[in-house]
Ligand binder design. Sequence first.
Ligand code: ACO
Length: 244
Amino acid sequence: MDIRRLEARDIPLIQHANLENLPENYFMKYYLYHALSWPQLSYVAVDVSRPKKTPYDYPKIVGYVLAKMEEEPSDGVQHGHITSLSVMRTHRRLGIAEKLMRQSQLAMVETFGAQYVSLHVRVSNKAAIHLYTKTLGFDQEKTEPKYYADGEDAHCMRLDLSSIREQIRDAQLDAEDDNNNNNGDNNNNGGDEPLDEGDPVGDAGKADDKKALPNRPKETKRKVKVGRALGVQALVEKDESKHS
Ligand code: ACO
C-alpha cells in the first residue's frame, strides 16, 4: 500500500470512492479546489500490489482524505479541516484511515502552521467516531442539530496539533545536534579554531579571468540593439556565428 499526495488525475477515482462510501458527495470542482489550493493536505491510499492488466491500467485508489485550511477562521486561529475521509470496504480495518489522517495533520502543521484540525461526523457513524476519538484523540466539542441534508445531527470535533509541532521541533533540534557533532568530528581541532577550508581554488569568474583560464580566447564585447523601437525582424533569432 502506498500513501501519497492527491494529484489532479486521481480526482475521478476519489469521487467514485466518495460516492461508494458516503452520502455526502461533491462536485468535481470542489475536489479540484482542494487539490489546487492546498495540494499538501490531501492524500490517497493506492493499492500498488494489484497487477496491471494493461499499460494504461490506473492504480486502484482504496482510500482518500480530502482536507483544507479554513480560509477565514471565525476564531482567528489558523486551522485545518477534514472535508471527507473514506476507505473502500475491501480495505478497511488495516489502519489506512489512521495513516491518511496522520499524514494530513502533519502537513497542516509543517506547511501552514495549523494550531488544530476540525471535522464533522454523523452521530450514528460509530466506526469514524472510534477512529477520531479513540485512535486519533479528537475532542467532541458540540453537536450541531440537523447538520446533514437528511436531517441527521453532526458531532463537531477538534484535535489540538501542538504535539505534532513539538515532534517537528524535536526532530529539528536532533538534526542540528547531529550536524554540529559531524562538524566537530571533521574539525578535529576541539571546535575552537575556525574550519580550514583549504587554499583558494582560483580566480575563475573574476573580472580578469585570463589568469585562471589562460587558453580561453579573450571575450570581445559587441553592441546589440534593444528596445521597443526594434521591428519584429530585429527580434528574430539570427545565426551570428559568421560575424564573430
Ligand atoms: N467499528 C469500530 N471500530 C472501527 C471500525 C468499525 N466498523 N472500523 C475501524 N474501527 C477502528 C479500528 O479498530 C481502529 O481502532 P484502534 O486504533 O483502536 O485499533 C480505528 O478505528 C482506525 O481504523 P482504520 O483501520 O485506520 O480505519 P479504516 O481504514 O477501516 O477506515 C473509516 C475507517 C474511514 C471510518 C471507514 O470505515 C470508512 O470509510 N467508512 C465509510 C466512510 C466514513 O464514514 N467516513 C468518515 C466520515 S466523517 C468525515 O469524512 C470527516
